[in-house]
Design a protein around this ligand. Structure first.
Ligand code: NCD
Length: 299
């Protein structure tokens, strides 16, 4: 693998290899502390980020590479002066062995990859894709559930603008017998493209109107925040499908609650004590999943 632009570039074998490698790195961090010695990786983020950028940078440093970075690139890079992403990439590729980038434009990473001579990793492109989040989500599912074939996942919140759900559906389609339940405001429903994709790839899709439509023995809650910054009127009046301790009483003790984070109010903080809440562990898994990916691409 050279670039990671779309989730669909990953096969089931790639996921298994990367997840096994992430476990191996986690268990033996010292063995990987110098494997990217001498490499430089650039992170260029045109949209806000905490987990993705810092976990990538931590992963880069923990593998022995060095990092150069533009946080808030739309303000602090030449993007502000009107430079195109392509010109920025043509410049930065002389300074780094790989580029991790996030941008509000859905085509940004593929445009970057077209002109770049170094690997490009998509760390979030508009509302369309977030493949490395989907990778760490698969890693989290595998580690908590032991298997992914046959699971049921309810996706909640913003299924229209939430790119993490879009990339996750693509990766889940590599597994057998997957059911996706969806609960959101009617103005934030999954785009038709993903409903079609699920049909083509033999996934079962069930649209829910309330929590009562979700089966008791559902395996995974995948909660997301409303992407206010992408909604023209800010979306203050949209239904959020909040998870609370009261709501979670009706579901199995064996389920898990995931969230790509950051959260607003869509998971109440008293649920943090619930053993089903795994979202901070999920964020930690991002470090190991990204170490595995960087090692795979750069070593
Ligand atoms: C997500 C994103 O940027 O798409 N955050 C993340 O990378 N963990 C989700 C979000 O912003 O709501």
């Amino acid at each position: 693998m050279r670039n990671l632009i779309y989730a669909d570039q990953l096969s089931r074998e790639d996921l298994e290899r990367l997840c096994t490698l992430a476990d191996e790195i986690r268990a033996n961090p010292k063995d990987y502390a110098r494997v990217l010695d001498g490499k430089i990786v650039a992170t260029i983020f045109y949209e806000p980020s905490t987990r993705t950028r810092l976990s990538f940078e931590s992963a880069i440093l923990r593998l022995g590479a060095r990092v150069i970075s533009t946080e808030n690139a739309s303000e602090n890079s030449s993007g502000r002066k009107g430079e195109t992403v392509e010109d920025t990439i043509r410049t930065v590729e002389s300074y780094a062995d790989a580029i991790v980038m996030r941008h509000s434009d859905e085509e940004s990473s593929q445009n970057a990859a077209r002109v770049a001579s170094v690997p490009i990793i998509n760390a979030g492109a508009g509302k369309s894709e977030h493949p490395t989040q989907a990778l760490l989500d698969i890693y989290t599912l595998r580690n908590y559930l032991g298997k992914i074939d046959g699971i049921s996942v309810v996706m909640l919140g913003d299924l229209l603008y939430g790119r993490t759900t879009h990339s996750l559906i693509r990766l889940l389609s590599l597994y057998k017998d997957i059911t996706i339940y969806a609960l959101s405001d009617e103005r934030l429903e999954l785009p038709e493209e993903y409903i079609e994709l699920m049909k083509e790839r033999n996934m079962k899709y069930v649209k829910c109107n309330s929590f009562d439509d979700i089966p008791h023995d559902i395996n995974v809650f995948y909660q997301t925040r409303i992407q206010k910054e992408r909604i023209p009127d800010g979306g203050a009046d949209l239904k959020t499908c909040d998870l609370t301790t009261e709501i979670m009483k009706q579901f199995s003790d064996d389920s898990i609650i995931m969230h790509p984070l950051p959260r607003n109010d869509e998971i109440s903080i008293d649920l943090d004590e619930d053993k089903r809440a795994v979202f901070f562990e999920q964020a930690k898994n991002g470090l190991y999943a990204r170490m595995a990916l960087l090692y795979d691409i750069l070593a």
